[in-house]
Design a protein around this ligand. Structure first.
Ligand code: SAH
Length: 303
């Protein structure tokens, strides 16, 4: 999964209608604007520390960063933009939208200052391990392609994800800041095979075309919370994306956008529905924040 995704992201921009999948920030500017508003509000309530930076993990095309930064800049946030991205193809897409950004290969490389961080559909792309009957399941070469070496009831873990969350939480616990993590997944750890492949906006067999389809697994948010807490950060309750965007005022933003761009009113309404409706992205996608003990929890996520 690690090797396939490294190749996959390094060799293409997979987002949008002509790609394999689409994400919340690509659906509407409202998503990034509300992320920016939540981070701006958190920063102001933390006392507007001048050394805090905007940071993002796996920023895709840079659309979310550009939309969030528009709002943050208006709130007086003037500091730098740091993007953690390994794909050269996506780094150049990001440079077109956020020309003043500084790129890093890992969370460990971020400057040792408070973070205003967001990661949308980043954790789901990190590799998982699967166990059947307590034995790790492996991929073998079989007649006609790749195959799993064993079947049975699957338990998934993601050491890579646990490590990324621990690195982020250690940073935030030590230097301050808040991180919004948005992804599809479940609130409680549970057995089950959630590995999936998507190509051309359709599910595909997971072992087909290695490196040429998007491989993800659902995020175990209980494991995320455990890892973050153990590393010394605070973790908010998990909130469904739809409820969170509504608490942050997506309806009001949609009304203003529709009024100022009447030709786009229908598109704005469709986007709001897609982001918030429980049958669309509203319930499967969830939001949690990791924050420093002396920073407030971001709006819409407080206990
Ligand atoms: N956040 C964007 C893109 C999500 S796709 C959006 O919402 O549209 C996943 C992103 O994570 C891509 O930018 C991909 O290149 C990046 N990525 C995947 N694995 C990574 C890793 N190990 N380190 C850094 N970035 C990674």
């Amino acid at each position: 999964m690690d090797a396939c995704n490294t190749y996959y992201y390094a060799t293409r921009d997979p987002l949008g209608a002509s790609g394999d999948f689409t994400t919340a920030p690509e659906i509407s500017q409202m998503f990034g604007e509300l992320v920016g508003a939540a981070l701006a509000d958190c920063w102001v309530r933390a006392g507007s520390p001048a050394d805090a930076i905007y940071a993002e993990l796996g920023p895709g095309r840079g659309t979310l960063a550009a939309d969030a930064l528009r709002v943050l800049r208006r709130a007086g946030f003037a500091a730098g933009v740091h993007l953690v991205e390994t794909s050269p193809a996506l780094r150049s897409a990001q440079a077109a939208r956020v020309p003043d950004a500084i790129w890093h290969d890992s969370i460990a490389e971020l400057p040792q200052v408070p973070l205003l961080l967001v990661a949308n559909e980043f954790l789901d792309a990190l590799p998982v391990r699967q166990f059947a009957g307590g034995v790790e399941r492996r991929v073998t070469v079989a007649a006609g392609g790749l195959a799993f070496d064993r079947d049975g009831d699957i338990v998934e873990t993601s050491p890579a994800r646990d490590e990324a969350v621990a690195a982020l939480a250690t940073h935030i616990g030590g230097h301050g800041g808040a991180a919004l993590m948005v992804d599809y997944g479940h609130a409680k750890s549970a057995p089950g095979d959630t590995l999936q492949a998507v190509r051309g906006h359709k599910f595909a067999p997971v072992l087909a075309d290695p490196g040429d389809q998007d491989l993800t697994a659902h995020v175990d948010f209980e494991a995320v919370a455990k890892s973050a807490t153990a590393a010394g950060a605070e973790v908010t309750p998990l909130v469904k994306q739809g409820a969170w965007l509504e608490r942050l005022g997506i309806a009001a933003r949609a009304t203003v956008l529709a009024r100022t761009h009447p030709d786009r009113a229908e598109e704005v309404a469709r986007a709001q529905h897609r982001l918030c409706d429980p049958e669309q992205m509203g319930a499967l996608f969830k939001v949690v924040a990791i924050h420093a003990p002396d920073w407030p929890p971001p709006a819409g996520l407080a206990r």
